[in-house]
Design a protein around this ligand. Structure first.
Ligand code: GLN
Length: 196
């Protein structure tokens, strides 16, 4: 099993570390389109979605990643990564990858709450509540019928899944709790099994 982490901006090494802790066998940083070859899964980290989107276009990564998402490769978008996955962005008439049937609002928790931590209940994670770190976080305002809501905070959707696509408003790579990375590694393992 080989999982890539898009390495154009953001908390790349933290994601790589969490994926390894969660049992991923091989984890690689993705900077050029050649790095996408043989990937069984891809993580899109947080950062600034407009900047990452521009760099993805510049390095000719947008189209191949979109095709991989459409053909069923598991992808995990965190924070800006979730914005990259969404097919609708509040207040703008274009999207980035546009593969997840969701309307996202950027920077939706207000300026006075630039960053905060809170305990969440997340569907599919057993045991104690999940401590989530939000940094200028987006939230999902609406989802299409194929999207499963995994968690909400103050009536806002902050984690969701559509088949092979997983997205969170917060940063799971910034805490020691690797249960969400584990959840994603399980998605990848499942998909590898189906395709072998
Ligand atoms: N608000 C940022 C954006 O619009 C995302 C913030 C983050 O990834 N921490 O891209």
């Amino acid at each position: 099993m080989k999982i890539g982490v898009l390495a154009l901006q953001g908390a790349v090494t933290e994601h790589i570390k969490s994926l390894r802790q969660a049992g991923a066998e091989e984890v690689v940083a993705v900077k050029r389109k050649e790095d996408l070859a043989d990937l069984d899964g891809l993580v899109l980290p947080g950062g600034e979605s407009t900047t990452i989107g521009k760099l993805m276009n510049q390095y000719e990564l947008m189209e191949p990643i979109r095709e991989m998402a459409k053909s069923g490769t598991p992808m995990f978008g965190t924070c800006a990564g979730l914005i990259l996955l969404a097919n609708r962005i509040h207040g703008q008439d274009w999207a980035h990858l546009g593969v997840m049937d969701a309307l996202v609002d950027r920077n939706s928790f207000g300026r006075q709450r630039e960053s905060f931590e809170t305990d969440l209940t997340i569907k599919g994670l057993e045991g104690e509540p999940y401590r989530a770190v939000f940094i200028r976080a987006p939230h999902i305002m609406e989802v299409g019928p194929g999207v499963e809501i995994l968690s909400t905070y103050q009536n806002r959707i902050v984690a969701a899944r559509q088949d092979n696509l997983l997205g969170t408003s917060f940063h799971p790579e910034l805490t020691d709790d690797v249960r969400l990375h584990q959840y994603f590694v399980d998605m990848v393992r499942e998909s590898v099994k189906l395709n072998s």
